[in-house]
Ligand binder design. Structure first.
Ligand SMILES: [Zn+2]
Length: 58
């Protein structure tokens, strides 16, 4: 079954990064077909925290 996802771009309140080639992003799904994409600069502590929460600390 096809699920149509709705993407929302969120601006980080800490670093206020926007989509750009050298910036990082985190993606989160809320289980209700809604996916949020948050952009950060790579050094943003919010980005680090999001990666830890997502278990992507590679
Ligand atoms: Zn940020």
């Amino acid at each position: 079954m096809m699920v149509e996802l709705k993407f929302e771009t969120v601006v980080c309140p800490h670093c206020a990064a926007g989509p750009a080639p050298r910036q990082a992003r985190t993606v989160a799904a809320d289980g209700q077909r809604r996916v949020t994409v948050t952009w950060h600069v790579a050094s943003c502590p919010h980005y680090v925290a999001d990666r830890l929460l997502a278990g992507q600390d590679d």
